[in-house]
Design a protein around this ligand. Structure first.
Ligand SMILES: C[S@@+](CC[C@H](N)C(=O)[O-])C[C@H]1O[C@@H](n2cnc3c(N)ncnc32)[C@H](O)[C@@H]1O
Length: 183
């Protein structure tokens, strides 16, 4: 009996160890190849400041690149915008889709499972970003290649080098840029 117990305990420990190792390897692979950033949700005051700065109007097309649990999408949809999230983490995609379905704005929120570095945002009126400082240069190139004149980019925490924000909220660390951005 003791032997069976030890055998089962050992099997369980090996399984958990293997699972943790696998998740670490997937995360490492993601960071190195898909340039993933960790999930750190914007706080409620920051979300409100971001949506406020975007000056959303009904019918506007809004993207959140790395949409996390979908909180910005829901706030944007509540203002009448068509909100699209692009998120690489499958758990967060499922969670935010369920959140959207349970909300009154289900028809206005879409969450796509995908890599934001391959995103097409040419039709965006507003793009929300909250990534990492070392990705800002590449993000800047992605946005410059695609965004139309008049589109607004609202960044939580990190600034774009050589772009002058047209609006900023230093208390919440939120910066808004309009295309084509002034140097
Ligand atoms: C700092 S969190 C911001 C979440 C949300 N935008 C917010 O402000 O609450 C960054 C999010 O981007 C996602 N992410 C990281 N790398 C990504 C990639 N390459 N493609 C798509 N999503 C990515 C993460 O899973 C995470 O949910």
């Amino acid at each position: 009996m003791d032997l069976i117990f030890y055998y089962l305990a050992l099997t369980y420990i090996c399984f958990i160890g293997f699972k943790i190792l696998l998740e670490l390897l997937v995360d490492l692979f993601g960071v190195l190849t898909w340039r993933m950033t960790p999930y750190v949700p914007s706080t409620d005051p920051v979300c409100r400041a971001m949506v406020e700065m975007a000056n959303l109007k009904p019918g506007m097309k809004v993207y959140d690149l790395g949409s996390g649990d979908g909180r910005l999408l829901l706030l944007a949809a509540a203002r009448g915008a068509e909100a699209v999230g692009i998120e690489i983490n499958t758990y967060l995609v499922v969670y935010s889709k369920m959140r959207a379905l349970r909300s009154p704005f289900r028809g206005k929120v879409r969450v796509r499972w995908g890599n934001l570095w391959w995103a097409r945002v040419a039709d965006a009126d507003v793009v929300f970003v909250y990534l990492m400082p070392y990705y800002m240069a590449e993000l800047k190139r992605l946005l410059e290649r695609q965004l139309k004149p008049g589109a607004v980019v609202v960044s939580n925490a990190f600034v774009f080098e050589n772009w002058a924000p047209f609006n900023e909220d230093k208390d919440n660390g939120v910066y808004a840029y309009r295309f084509p951005p002034q140097a």
